[in-house]
Design a protein around this ligand. Structure first.
Ligand code: NDP
Length: 247
């Protein structure tokens, strides 16, 4: 049987760990050629070796998504390498939790630049190609785009922005055959929390997640698989996926 994504080209940002790496693996398993982008090229090269050993075509791109031109160049080099683009997975993100009061503003800048602007830059650069091939745009948002708690105001704001932007894009492109999919994971066991700079917030979330069975990155990749392999007339707009133990 031919793999579901045979002949398709996918681009995954933040593919060096966690959900991005698992999604790149899934896309390669489904037969897609995959461009994997992030800043840590050692991780990307190891993933490339793993995927190519299984017969996949992989293009490694060193990318900091906070650069608009770098995002444009990354999409262009994917199209040059593979001849087009069918799937963009905007996954790169940071979650620097902490209260607004007394916050280190550089945490806010990073979250907005990576989670919001980086995702917008890649979307903007990819859109003409997705329109040409009637492709699929997948945005890795968060349950934080729907549920607001204490100590995550700017992360919440960044993911609300992702959802609002994505719904706006969906209105622009859906009648031209491009599907926009927003994935909203709850707690997933990845490196995301390792980067939190506000020690009490880091300790609090580590304590919370230690009590539950978290999702695995592969669970999220599976929800992406469901959306991107659906028949072309089916647009899975939004998937909210939480650990059973997460209220
Ligand atoms: P990881 O920390 O494992 O992965 C984050 C990825 O983003 C890494 O590959 C990292 O690559 C990349 N990244 C960070 N900053 C940049 C940058 N400036 N330029 C390019 N790439 C960057 O965490 P997850 O896999 O959990 O996170 C992936 C997405 O899932 C994020 O958008 C996150 O908000 C979202 N999410 C995660 C949840 C969770 O509980 N884990 C829950 C809900 C949503 P590198 O450092 O090599 O550049």
């Amino acid at each position: 049987m031919t793999a579901a994504l045979h002949g398709k080209v996918a681009f995954v940002s933040g593919a060096s760990s966690g959900i991005g790496a698992a999604t790149a693996r899934m896309l390669a398993e489904q037969g897609a050629s995959v461009a994997i982008a992030a800043r840590r090229t050692d991780r990307l090269l190891a993933l490339r070796d793993e995927l190519t050993a299984n017969g996949a075509d992989v293009h490694v791109i060193k990318l900091d998504v906070t650069g608009e031109q770098a995002c444009r160049d990354a999409i262009a080099s994917t199209v040059d390498t593979f001849g087009g683009l069918d799937i963009l997975v905007n996954n790169a993100g940071v979650m620097l939790l902490g209260p607004v009061e007394g916050a280190d503003i550089t945490d806010w800048t990073r979250m907005i630049e990576v989670n919001v602007l980086g995702l917008m830059y890649l979307t903007h650069a990819a859109l003409p190609h997705l329109l040409e091939r009637k492709g699929t745009l997948v945005q890795i948002s968060s349950v934080a785009a729907r549920v607001v708690g204490k100590g995550a105001a700017v992360y919440n704001a960044s993911k609300f922005a992702v959802n609002g932007f994505s719904e706006g894009v969906r209105h622009e492109v859906t009648e031209r055959g491009v599907r926009v999919v927003v994935i909203e994971p709850g707690s997933v066991a990845t490196e995301l929390r390792d980067h939190i700079t506000h020690a009490p917030s880091k300790a609090a979330i580590e304590e919370r997640v230690s009590k539950i069975r978290q999702l695995q990155a592969e669970d999220i990749a599976e929800s992406v698989r469901y959306a991107v392999t659906a028949p072309p007339h089916v647009s899975v707009n939004e998937i909210l996926i939480r650990p059973t133990d997460q209220p």
